[in-house]
Design a protein around this ligand. Structure first.
Ligand code: FE2
Length: 282
């Protein structure tokens, strides 16, 4: 397997492109659509870099995989799928996330069965990628629908662990659960120490470069939220931290799009699409 990771500075998100060297079949994980909130403009620079890499390497895109419905960026899955194909997958519990946010946004006609996606994935499901096998691990906590993708000794872990000095993902969005997250973290740490955990985000200190991958051994040794104590100690630490965090800048536009497989709102009769911003809900 070969992997190239793209860091999106505006949202601190990693998009990963992986492929089978022999058959040149590829998957993209967590692609980002650029969005300038101030002007209301979307653009595709970041997704175009991924597409250019796919073309440069002569890859065939088989899958576009989301680790969860992101709250800090809009997915570029429909854009990439339109241009290069690929089956769009997400965790099967996306229906729970859709249920919650259908209410928040008052999306009367939203189907909450995950049918906007091509594949709903469960623990142990496998996807063939050339000679490689992608295996799904359910990792709820940050959201109820979070999943990770394991290929050989690499796991694309979504929002579970961050880099060791940044800790773990927050659990205070609707449907988040610190106990579930602790169990998901424990599950990842049960993998061999040399397992490579590819991150969904990095938040490097000033002057430092972002890091796309951390091994299980490094997380065990250095992750700031894992240093001692019981599950309840972890939960207390995580919830105390979450109480200090502001909402992500793009959560309100992102979630309403990402629960609909990245499709932007239908244009109104003047040809313009509009986001809904629920007032006083968070
Ligand atoms: Fe997230």
């Amino acid at each position: 397997m070969e992997i190239t990771s793209f860091f999106h500075h505006d949202s601190s998100t990693y998009t990963h492109l992986l492929w089978d060297k022999d058959t040149r079949e590829a998957a993209v994980i967590d692609p980002v659509l650029d969005f300038d909130y101030k002007s209301g403009h979307t653009h595709t620079e970041s997704a175009d870099l991924v597409i250019a890499k796919i073309d440069e390497l002569g890859l065939t895109l088989r899958y576009i995989l989301e680790t969860h419905a992101h709250a800090d960026h809009i997915s570029a899955a429909p854009y990439i799928k339109h241009l290069r194909g690929g089956v769009l997958g997400i965790g099967r519990h996306i229906d729970q996330v859709q249920d919650v946010f259908k209410g928040v946004y008052n999306l009367g006609d939203l189907a909450t069965d995950g049918s906007q996606f091509d594949r709903l994935l469960s623990e142990g499901d496998t996807l063939a990628l050339g000679k490689l096998t992608i295996t799904v691990l359910e990792t709820p906590g940050h959201t109820p629908a979070c999943i990770a993708y394991q290929i050989e000794d690499a796991v694309f872990i979504g929002d579970t662990f961050f880099s060791p000095q940044a800790g773990t993902a927050r659990v205070d969005f609707p449907g988040g659960n610190a106990h579930q997250q602790y169990q998901s973290l424990t599950k990842l740490l049960a993998l061999p120490d040399s397992t490579q955990l590819f991150l969904c985000h990095d938040y490097p200190a000033e002057g430092e470069a972002p890091v796309p991958m951390v091994t299980v051994a490094e997380q065990k040794a250095r992750n700031i939220y894992l240093q001692g104590g019981s599950e309840q100690d972890y939960v207390t630490r995580r919830q105390a931290r979450d109480a200090t965090l502001e909402m992500p800048e793009l959560i309100l536009p992102s979630i309403q799009v990402n629960i609909q497989a990245g499709h932007l709102p239908e244009p109104e009769d003047n040809g313009v699409s509009y986001f809904k911003i629920p007032l006083n809900q968070f």
